[in-house]
Design a binder for this molecule. Structure first.
Ligand code: CMC
Length: 437
């Protein structure tokens, strides 16, 4: 796959210190910024490039997800996220992300069967949970149990075998809801619920989370649809921190379960997947509409370290299309649950309105991101805050898996090994203790 971007032009860089020039090929994708290929730069010039946070670096070639941050566009395999959220479902979107095309009826049936029939986890995994404290954060539990899948599913850890890769991919997408629901059940001291093959993906997850063995669980269609939509919106987002973590971890040849566990760890941070929990905590701390101005004053104070959580994005500088879908869905869910007057939603909408008129946010192009409204819906659905990021991880697993498969199949794939600008001590001789100051 690599090098398929057509090389048309070149970029020439001149080192003013030596007067030497270096020519680099320019690669063009189907859409999006052109890139210049610096792979030979170090060999030719002895210089590295410096780009902490990958502000200007395309780390790989990919055909899965495209984002135009200025226009607020998100495409999965070319399809706009709004259309997929409205017309498709998570199973179909998962197939699309993994295989590149929407499935026909037969392909869908087979895929859905594969996912459904992999949803049970090894019975011994239940014992693994018991090693955790009940009050452990479910993301801590997820890092552990997903990593431990490599100890249970040895027959799908050979990354050089395409069949094993596909089995591992199905297992990860299928078992993640089961494990996520188990993490929740463990934290509240209720029995684990086994998956049921007659339920759809989101329905099954809701039942495993909120159902109890003592009675039948009635699926609420509005909630199941909203859950499915949330999964679609979070399914992939090109080379974000957790996806890049999965790619970097697996570039060494590590097994897929360990790599997805690494992705979960990266997602946990408040600047990434942990933001939905942080948004709700922030809204609760603000408490009421009359405190918004004072809160925004703190946000704008450079010495305060307070951020408006759920606002801003490295790539979206216009609006986050996922936030627009969720804002609408949030109102629908609250209406269906009969909680139109949810004070936190009112507060969030007022906070958004004031912030979007404020010069600080306008100048920096800071808009609500996907996390701004998702926490309110999830809370209304009955999830505790600590589960919010787990739901993000559940949904993003298919994106990680699709990106992982793409990377392994790419002949240009190499172990990820960034270099550095070293600013520490030059070589010096060891100083014996007696001579140290
Ligand atoms: N509140 C206040 N100021 C902000 C915020 C914010 N949420 N986000 C950025 N800024 C300011 C920042 O202080 C800086 O100002 P200045 O130029 O005066 O120094 C400027 O905007 C640029 O910010 P940055 O930190 O350089 O931007 P970034 O691209 O490195 O960070 C971000 C992106 C998402 C980490 C950041 O916007 C943020 O921390 N947002 C809050 C956390 C959040 O909601 N994260 C979820 C992201 S969406 C889910 C996902 O895809 O993972």
């Amino acid at each position: 796959m690599s090098d398929s971007g057509k090389k048309k032009n070149t970029v020439t860089i001149t080192d003013n210190a030596t007067g030497k020039s270096y020519e680099m090929p320019v690669m063009e994708g189907t859409i999006g910024p052109r890139v210049f290929d610096i792979r030979k730069l170090y060999g030719d010039s002895g210089m590295f490039t410096y780009d902490p946070g990958f502000m200007s670096t395309a780390s790989c070639e990919s055909r899965i997800t495209y984002i135009d941050g200025d226009a607020g566009i998100l495409l999965y395999r070319g399809y706009p996220i709004e259309q997929l959220a409205e017309k498709s479902d998570f199973i179909e979107v998962s197939y699309l992300l993994m295989h590149g095309e929407l499935p026909n009826a037969a392909q869908r049936k087979t895929f859905e069967h594969n996912i459904t029939y992999h949803s049970m986890v090894h019975e011994q995994m239940a014992w693994l949970f018991r090693g955790f404290r009940r009050d452990a954060h479910p993301m801590a539990v997820m890092c552990g149990v997903v990593g431990a899948m490599s100890a249970f599913y040895h027959d799908s850890t050979d990354i050089n075998d395409p069949h094993q890769r596909m089995v591992a991919s199905h297992r990860l997408v299928a078992k993640m809801p089961t494990l996520a629901a188990m993490a929740y059940k463990y934290s509240v001291g209720q029995p684990f619920m086994y998956p049921r093959n007659d339920l759809k993906y989101a329905e099954n997850f809701l039942r495993m989370t909120f159902g109890v063995p003592a009675e039948d669980y009635k699926v609420n269609k509005v909630l199941a649809d909203a859950m499915d939509k949330i999964f679609i919106l979070h399914a992939d987002h090109e080379q974000n921190a957790s996806t890049s973590t999965v790619r970097l971890a697996s570039s060494s040849g590590a097994n897929p379960f360990a790599c997805i566990a690494a992705g979960i760890a990266s997602l946990w941070g408040p600047a990434h997947g942990g933001a939905n929990q942080a948004v709700l905590e922030m809204l609760m701390e603000i408490g009421s509409v009359d405190k918004v101005s004072e809160f925004l004053r703190q946000v704008k104070d450079k010495n305060s370290n307070v951020r408006l959580m759920g606002f801003g994005h490295r790539v979206y500088k216009n609006f986050d299309p996922r936030a627009a879908v969720l804002r609408k869905s949030c109102q629908e869910v609250l209406e269906a649950l009969g909680v139109q007057n949810e004070p936190l939603l009112k507060l969030a909408m007022e906070l958004e309105r004031i912030a979007r008129e404020d010069d600080y946010f306008v100048k920096r192009k800071l808009y609500p991101n996907v996390d701004f409204y998702s926490g309110i819906i999830l809370r209304a659905m009955g999830f505790p805050m600590s589960m919010f990021t787990v739901l993000f991880a559940l949904a993003r697993t298919v994106g990680w898996v699709a990106q992982w498969n793409e990377m392994i199949a790419d002949p240009a794939q190499k172990i990820g090994r960034p270099r550095q600008l070293f600013t520490g001590s030059k070589q010096r001789d060891f100083v014996p203790m007696a001579k140290r100051g």
